[in-house]
Write a protein that binds this ligand. Structure first.
Ligand SMILES: [Zn+2]
Length: 65
């Protein structure tokens, strides 16, 4: 059981984990926040000033790019 690093929701079920672009499971985020290697806010173009989101984005950038 993990907590989404963006929205803070607890992820109870494997199916709610997000996925990376290559299809592997990303247990840092839920499927609402992160999908196919992209944050959903990036996909929708929503502005994100949330501090937690920014730090989560940084940690992903460090790890996956
Ligand atoms: Zn989330």
């Amino acid at each position: 059981m993990r907590t989404c690093q963006v929205c803070g929701n607890t992820i109870f079920n494997e199916r709610y984990y997000s996925h990376n672009e290559d299809g592997s499971v990303n247990r840092d985020f839920c499927s609402d926040c992160y999908r196919n290697g992209h944050f959903t806010s990036e996909i929708t173009g929503a502005a994100h000033s949330d501090e937690r989101f920014a730090s989560a984005l940084n940690s992903v950038s460090r790890r996956y790019h």
